[in-house]
Design a protein. Structure first.
Length: 66
C-alpha cells in the first residue's frame, strides 16, 4: 500500500511515478513529486518505482492572480 497525498491506496506499489501521474491525468509540467520526503526530478519519473509503505505527495501549480 502506498500513501498518496495522505490517503492510503492499494495497487500503487510497482508503478513508476510516471504511471501514477498518468493514472491521475496529472500534467508532468505542473507538478512536483515528493517521495518519502525527497523531491523527485522529472527526468527520474519513469525510472522511480513505488514500493509498499512509500509516501507520495503531489504538489500542483495553479495559475492565477492579476
Amino acid at each position: 500500500m502506498v500513501t498518496v497525498n495522505g490517503t492510503k491506496e492499494e495497487g500503487k506499489a510497482g508503478l513508476s511515478v510516471a504511471d501514477l501521474l498518468a493514472q491521475r491525468a496529472v500534467a508532468v509540467e505542473n507538478v512536483v513529486v515528493e517521495l518519502n520526503g525527497e523531491i523527485i526530478h522529472r527526468a527520474e519519473f519513469a525510472q522511480t518505482q513505488l514500493k509498499d509503505n512509500d509516501k507520495v505527495e503531489l504538489i500542483s501549480f495553479v495559475g492565477g492572480g492579476r
